[in-house]
Design a protein around this ligand. Structure first.
Ligand code: SAH
Length: 509
C-alpha cells in the first residue's frame, strides 16, 4: 500500500484571520486538499498553495445529515490517496462542530488525524465585544449551549429552564432562530428578567454588531438592531461588569469601513496594517505591477561610473529599492556607493536609504517631481555636474528637463523598473470589490490612477455595493485623476502613509 495520507481537523477561529493559530496557518500553507465550510473566513484560504485543491462543503439549513456523511467520505477519499487534507472548521472543531463524527469515520477508514484547536466564537465574541464571561463576585461558571444541534429539528433540545438555575454565564450558540423560546424557558426557570443579556453577531469581523440589554428586552433589541446569525447570545451578571472602554473593537475610528488598495500586493502591508489597526477592512486591488528593467547593459554602465555622479535622484521607493538591490549585486559592499549626494521625492523613498545609514540630503516639502527639481536647482550645485536620475518608465520628463535646462546639469537617466498595468479581474479581492464595493479606493500613484481609469468602465458593481470615494496620495496622483474626469474626494499634501491614515480617519469620523 502506498503511504497513506493524513487529515488535520483544524479550527479556523471565529472570523478575524489573525485569531487563527500559527499551526492552522502552517497546515493550510502545506496541505494538498482543503475542505472548508462557510464559517471559516475565506481569507484563510488565501494561505493555501496554488496547487491545493479547495473543496466547499458548506452546509445549508435543512440538508444537514446527508451532507455530513458526504463530508466524511470526501476526507477519507483524499486521504487514502496519500493526500494531506485540512478540514477547516469555524471556531474550534470540538465546539458544536461535528468533529466527533469525522474522527469516527477516519478511525473506521484507518486514517491518521490530528486535531488543531481554534478560538471558539463565544470566547472571541466576548473579547471583541468587551463582555467579561466570569467575575469574582457574580460569575463562577461558564456554560456553552446550543440553541439547536440539528437545523432540521423544530424544538429545543437543551432544557434552558434548568440552566436558569445554574446561573453563571450562559453562552448560547445557534440561538437566533429560537431566541423567543430560549428567553421564555430561561424566565420560566426563574432567572431574573433584568439579568444582563447581550448578542454579538459576526463577532471579530468588520461587520460585527452587538446589543447589550436585559433578558426581557433582548428579543425586541435584536429585532430592532436587525441582528442575524451567526451570533452568540450571552446571559449572566458577569457580562454586565464591562469596563468603560469595553467597546474597544467597534469604537475604533475606521470600524466598519472598507478600503481598496491599488498598489502592488508586495507593498500594501504597511498601509493595510495601519488601516486594519483602526478597524477598517482592506481589499487588495493591485492595479499595477513593478517589473525589473531588462536593460542590463545600461545598468552596468551606470554602476561602472558610479563614482562620477554628484547627485543621485530617486523618484520612487520602488526605484530606490531596486537600485540598492542591483547595487549590492554589483559591488557587495556599501563603501562602493561613493560620495554621491542623495535626493529623494519623498519620505518613503528616503527611508530606503536611511535603512543603510546613507544620508538623504534633499526631500522636497511637497512630494512632486517638479518640487524635487526646483529644490535641486536651488542648491546651485548642478552646473555641469553629473546627475543620475533613477526612475520607472513613467513621469520623469519634467525632472530631466528642469535639471538640464534650468540647472545645466548633465543628466543620466536610469529607468530601473517598469510599471505595467495589471488586469483588475486578477486582483485577489476583485469579486468582493464588485459585490460590496468600498468606502474608499486609495490611489498611491499616477500609474494606479491611470490603470483604474482604463479599466473603470468594465467594473459592474452589484446592487447595494458602496461606490468608493477617490483618495489620492498626493498632488500628482490627483492631477492624473482630475485630468481623467475622476473626482478627488480626499488628498494628501504629499505622499505619506501616515497622512493618508489621518485624512481617512478625519473624513470618516
Ligand atoms: N465550532 C464553532 C461553532 C460552530 S456552530 C466555534 O467553535 O465557534 C455555529 C455557531 O457558532 C453559529 O450559529 C454562531 O452561534 C456561532 N458563531 C460562529 N462564528 C461566529 C461569529 N463570528 N460571531 C458570532 N457567532 C459565531
Amino acid at each position: 500500500m502506498s503511504e497513506s495520507g493524513m487529515v488535520y481537523l483544524v479550527g479556523a477561529g471565529p472570523g478575524e484571520p489573525k485569531l487563527s493559530t500559527l499551526r492552522a496557518k502552517e497546515l493550510i500553507e502545506n496541505c494538498d486538499v482543503l475542505v472548508y465550510d462557510n464559517l471559516a473566513n475565506p481569507e484563510l484560504r488565501k494561505w493555501a498553495s496554488l496547487n491545493c485543491v479547495q473543496i466547499d462543503v458548506g452546509k445549508s439549513p435543512g440538508r444537514h445529515t446527508l451532507e455530513q456523511r458526504d463530508i466524511e467520505k470526501t476526507l477519507v477519499e483524499h486521504a487514502v490517496k496519500g493526500k494531506v487534507v485540512v478540514r477547516l472548521k469555524g471556531g474550534d472543531p470540538f465546539v458544536f462542530g461535528r468533529c466527533a463524527e469525522e474522527m469516527l469515520a477516519l478511525d473506521e477508514a484507518g486514517i491518521s488525524y490530528e486535531v488543531v484547536p481554534g478560538v471558539t466564537a463565544a470566547l472571541a465574541c466576548a473579547g471583541y465585544a468587551g463582555l467579561p464571561l466570569s467575575h469574582r463576585e457574580c460569575g463562577s461558571t461558564i456554560s456553552f449551549l446550543t440553541g439547536h444541534e440539528d437545523l432540521s429539528k423544530d424544538s429545543l433540545r437543551v432544557d434552558f429552564s434548568k440552566f436558569a438555575k445554574i446561573g453563571g454565564t450562559l453562552c448560547i450558540y445557534m440561538g437566533m432562530s429560537k431566541l423567543d423560546e430560549i428567553v421564555q424557558k430561561l424566565l420560566e426557570g426563574g432567572i431574573s428578567p433584568e439579568v444582563p443579556t447581550a448578542i454579538v453577531s459576526n463577532g471579530t469581523l468588520p461587520r460585527q454588531k452587538k446589543v447589550v440589554t436585559t433578558l426581557n428586552k433582548v428579543v425586541k433589541s435584536a429585532c430592532e438592531a436587525k441582528l442575524q446569525a451567526p451570533a452568540i447570545v450571552f446571559v449572566g451578571n458577569a457580562i454586565g461588569r464591562t469596563g468603560k472602554k469595553g467597546n474597544w473593537f467597534e469604537s475604533r475610528p475606521l470600524f466598519g469601513k472598507r478600503f481598496a488598495l491599488t498598489r502592488p500586493t508586495a507593498q500594501v502591508s504597511k498601509l493595510k496594517k495601519k488601516l486594519e489597526d483602526r478597524g477598517a477592512e482592506v481589499l487588495e486591488l493591485p492595479l499595477i505591477k513593478i517589473l525589473p528593467s531588462e536593460d542590463k547593459k545600461l545598468i552596468a554602465e551606470i554602476f561602472a561610473g558610479i563614482a562620477t555622479y554628484e547627485w543621485a535622484v530617486f523618484t520612487s521607493a520602488n526605484g530606490a529599492r531596486e537600485f540598492m538591490r542591483l547595487f549590492f549585486l554589483a559591488f557587495g559592499d556599501i563603501r562602493s556607493f561613493g560620495p554621491m549626494r542623495i535626493a529623494c521625492v519623498g519620505e518613503g523613498t528616503a527611508e530606503v536609504f536611511r535603512n543603510y545609514s546613507l544620508e538623504v540630503e534633499m526631500i522636497p516639502e511637497i512630494s512632486t517631481a517638479e518640487n524635487l527639481a526646483k529644490d535641486l536647482v536651488a542648491t546651485n550645485s548642478l552646473d555641469s555636474a553629473n546627475v543620475l536620475i533613477v526612475t520607472g518608465n513613467r513621469n520623469r520628463e519634467i525632472l530631466v528637463q528642469m535639471l538640464e535646462d534650468i540647472g545645466h546639469a548633465i543628466v543620466d537617466t536610469l529607468p530601473i523598473y517598469e510599471t505595467d498595468f495589471t488586469d483588475i479581474k486578477d486582483a485577489p479581492d476583485y469579486e468582493k470589490f464588485l459585490k460590496f464595493g468600498a468606502d474608499g479606493i486609495i490611489f498611491t500613484s499616477s500609474s494606479t490612477a491611470l490603470s483604474y481609469v482604463e479599466q473603470e468602465e468594465d467594473l459592474v458593481f452589484e446592487d447595494g455595493a458602496i461606490k468608493p470615494i477617490h483618495c489620492s496620495f498626493g498632488p500628482e496622483t490627483s492631477k492624473t485623476l482630475r485630468e481623467n474626469q475622476l473626482e478627488v474626494n480626499l488628498e494628501c499634501d504629499s505622499p505619506s502613509i501616515d497622512q493618508m491614515v489621518l485624512k481617512l480617519v478625519d473624513y470618516f469620523s
